[in-house]
Design a protein around this ligand. Sequence first.
Ligand code: BEZ
Ligand code: FE
Length: 307
Amino acid sequence: MSTEFTTRITEAVVASLDGTADPRLRELLAALTRHLHAFVRETEPTTAEWERAINFLTATGQACTDTRQEFVLLSDVLGISMLVETINSDTTDTTDTTDDRPGATESTVLGPFHMTESPVRELGADIDLVGGGEPCVISGRVLSGDGTPLPGALLDVWQASAEGYYDVQQPDVQPAGNGRGLFTADAEGRFWFRTCVPSPYPIPTDGPVGDLLRATARHPYRPAHIHFIVSAEGHTPVTTHIFVAGSEHLDSDAVFAVKESLVQDFTETDDPSLARRFGIANPFRHARFDLVLNTSDAPGVRDPEGA
Ligand code: BEZ
Ligand code: FE
């Protein structure tokens, strides 16, 4: 192998990008070239291995449909979705005790099962339309970074059934909108709704990403969680989850999306008057937590256009 050639080709490809009008595109493509070439120099794939890699990426593209995004799933299981999400998120590290400001709620992956239109529901509604799981109440407040409540904040919520499937995965079994709700916080920024305690579930494994997990002896499970997108005027929205404390797979999420600050107790509660207030049978499980948003002009907020 000529070291001189393998270095020169990288410089030649990077130089070929000099005419790229968009400077950010030029930067991204040049860095991609350098990193990919370094990867090839380091690992020296055989021609057969490279062909296998191309076949894998081809199959990944071919597995994509209107309702399935295998490339996003690949990015998820390689930890790239979480890296991009975290680099772009507008939150203070809640474990950093040197920061007096209450930390904004940390973000995590969106995942492929978000529907842009969750059904609008009244506060207190039950998003578990099929039953069968362990009933629970989720309650808390939406707050600004300085602790001010955010009345009218929107909470888009979605979760898998107690059996571990989203409604869109089982259109013949679950009614559309099961496990989903779009809630508006009350005049004091409070929210509450009923659901069932979610279960851990496997990400889809019937495509190339499943082959990758099997080849690497990795399990496909995500720990039990409920998804949220929370937004309020003048604030940066957050895409996040709450994870059920004690759930299996909290320390080995298939998509590396667990952040410690997002793990919440679903406390066994035996309180008939509270149960009556929430319209739920006693006893029940109860997760209480606040969601904190930064103001859009807070320092450190990244401009999505990169300006
Ligand atoms: C989810 O939690 O819905 C999810 C996230 C990433 C990949 C697959 C599923
Ligand atoms: Fe999920």
